[in-house]
Design a protein around this ligand. Structure first.
Ligand SMILES: Cc1cc2nc3c(=O)[nH]c(=O)nc-3n(C[C@H](O)[C@H](O)[C@H](O)COP(=O)(O)O)c2cc1C
Ligand code: SF4
Length: 402
């Protein structure tokens, strides 16, 4: 099955250390067009019409977020590029940063122009610190060539290293971290478009979301809308890993089937289940892999983890929940206590000391956490356990009766 390379079109083609090689591929033309012939409202309108939705996991309409930020009255506004990429099995943003930093810089600059921001932060996962000098160099190249802050629009991009926590990828925790505090999610509302970084209106977008922007501006919203499904336009980049022959980063048109990705492109055989969206993603058993990858069905931020038939589902869930118990910021009880309690219960079941009533307890706790946790970490952490209890209950029961 062919890939549809829109976001990744320059990856492996340009020299990521040489802005001239990006220019030779039509780089920065979209930004020039925006700066010379479009009003900020026209840019926002184009992005709204494209139907582009956030690729960081939530799928919020990008144009709407930009519009809300543009309309918030303030002298100071910010753009943040979320390159925290902490989800388990995720490496597509790293691939993009390594292979094509200039499209990202162009996307960030267009976002800044559209919402009226003069400053952007690229928040880079601390484990990617080795990329910092290279990315700072790319920003400096773009500045030297005169692509940032021209035509009366003062604009600069600054790189900041993350603090090493999974929760620091959550947008409000990320802002706390950027402001020099502990990375704990804030209560919402207010939302970032009205009160974000340092209390000013802020657009925060994932790396892949911003990578789409120059293409949308250059080719128009209509062409973008022509790809994908009703609710999910364009393409999606996936990082595939686990029990596959060809792990890697793949870009597909929205609506392509999971089976095509996993068995076709990544050459997986003997699949038991796939976790779509990382540790907090949904479980898809092998017989349901014809599902279309889209916001209407199953998508997430991009990680796709494949498990073959030799894997123990309950033990995978134990490891997943131990990860969440470790990464929970501890601010609210349902998540702090719930992840810990679920991890202990799952460990007991794996050790052969489980009881039948543990399954009901896992379900009840999952429902309570989803309902009462205050941020996406605690709300989504139970998904894989709930899904695996639905599709692989017999494996839990086998552990309990043995
Ligand atoms: C626990 C948690 C971790 C997150 N980690 C990331 C991350 O690493 N990268 C990311 O882009 N979004 C992450 N998000 C989503 C962000 O909160 C936010 O929705 C996203 O950056 C918005 O950008 P988008 O609209 O372009 O997707 C995370 C959310 C939660 C709840
Ligand atoms: S849900 Fe978890 S990570 Fe989110 S605020 Fe509560 S304790 Fe912190």
């Amino acid at each position: 099955m062919p890939q549809k390379l829109l976001v990744l079109r320059n990856c492996g083609v340009i020299d990521p250390q040489d802005v001239k090689s990006y220019l030779a591929r039509g780089g920065f033309k979209a930004l020039r067009r925006v700066q010379s012939g479009m009003t900020p409202a026209q840019v926002v309108g184009e992005v709204r019409r494209s139907g582009l939705r956030g690729r960081g996991g939530g799928g919020f309409p990008t144009g709407l977020k930009w519009e809300q930020t543009a309309q918030s009255p303030s002298q100071m506004k910010y753009v943040i590029c979320n390159a925290s990429e902490g989800e388990v099995g995720a490496f597509k943003d790293r691939y993009i940063l390594e292979k094509d930093p200039f499209t990202l810089i162009e996307g960030i600059a267009i976002a800044g122009y559209a919402v009226g921001a003069n400053k952007a932060y690229l928040y880079l996962r601390s484990e990617y610190a080795h990329l910092a000098p290279f990315l700072i160099g790319a920003i400096a190249e773009a500045e030297k060539e005169g692509f940032l802050g021209i035509g009366g629009h003062r604009f600069g991009i600054e790189l900041r290293l993350g603090s090493g926590g999974y929760v620091c990828g959550e947008e409000t925790a990320l802002m706390e971290s950027l402001e020099g505090r502990r990375g704990e999610p804030r209560a919402r509302p207010p939302f970032p478009p009205s009160q974000g970084l340092l209390g000013f209106p802020t657009v925060i977008n994932n790396v892949e979301t911003l990578m789409n922007i120059p293409w949308v501006v250059a080719n128009g919203a209509n062409r973008f809308c022509g790809m994908g499904t009703e609710e999910s336009k364009g393409t999606k980049v996936f990082s595939v890993c686990g029990d596959v022959e060809r792990p890697g980063v793949y870009e597909l048109e929205m609506g392509s089937s999971l089976r095509e990705l996993v068995e076709g492109l990544a050459s997986a055989g003997d699949v038991k289940m796939v976790q779509v969206g990382g540790a907090s993603g949904r479980i898809v058993p092998a017989d349901k892999m014809d599902v279309a990858l889209s916001y209407e069905s199953v998508l997430g931020a991009g990680p796709v983890i494949v498990f073959d038939k030799s894997r123990d589902v309950v033990d995978i869930m134990r490891q997943t929940m131990e990860f969440f118990a470790e990464e929970s910021c501890g601010k609210c009880a349902p998540c702090r206590e719930g992840t810990q309690s679920m991890a202990e219960t799952l460990a007991r079941i794996v050790d052969g000391k489980g009881r039948r009533k543990d399954l009901k307890a896992l379900e009840d706790l999952s429902a309570a956490m989803m309902l009462t946790s205050s941020c996406g970490l605690g709300q989504a952490a139970p998904y894989p356990v709930m899904d695996s209890l639905r599709y692989f209950r017999h494996e839990y029961e086998a552990h309990i009766s043995s």
